[in-house]
Design a protein around this ligand. Structure first.
Ligand SMILES: [Zn+2]
Length: 146
């Protein structure tokens, strides 16, 4: 190693540049070795699968399972949309429909903005006086089973 104290400023700069060049070379070599290594490692693993691989994901009894909380009314962006039952006849049997309590359904939209957009719906429900089956109001944004 050269005596750094005796070097001029220009020499030091030259030395630094030289060292940088060497570092860059080593970095490239390192990169190349890693790439080769990865390729051969991948070929080794071919065809050798674990006989009983563990299923991914959480097993029963591990950690807590939590249900998604119902979105708060505050998060919603307006009064519920009325979703009436169209027609007065049962779509299954044609019997007379009788009104029930509307059910609440909510649809949460996640646009680019982090604030979720919750739309509330008042889904009207009727049941058939003849066969007892329920008919709910339909809305394109509300899933049939919601
Ligand atoms: Zn009916």
């Amino acid at each position: 190693m050269e005596d750094l104290d005796s070097l001029s400023r220009a020499d030091l700069i030259r030395l630094i540049l030289e060292l940088q060049r060497q570092i860059e070379d080593l970095r490239k070599q390192n990169e190349e070795l890693r790439r080769k290594n990865k390729r051969s490692a991948a070929s080794f693993s071919k065809g050798e699968r674990k006989k009983n691989p563990k299923r991914p994901g959480r097993k029963p009894g591990q950690g807590q399972f939590s249900r998604r909380p119902k979105p708060s009314a505050e998060a919603s962006s307006g009064p519920p949309v009325d979703v009436p039952v169209e027609g007065t006849r049962c779509p299954f049997c044609g019997g007379q429909l009788e009104r029930e309590e509307p059910e609440e359904a909510s649809v949460t939209d996640m646009p680019a903005a982090p604030e979720p957009e919750v739309s509330l719906f008042r889904v009207h429900v009727c049941h058939c006086q003849k066969c007892g089956r329920k008919t709910r109001g339909k809305h394109p944004d509300v899933a049939a089973d919601q």
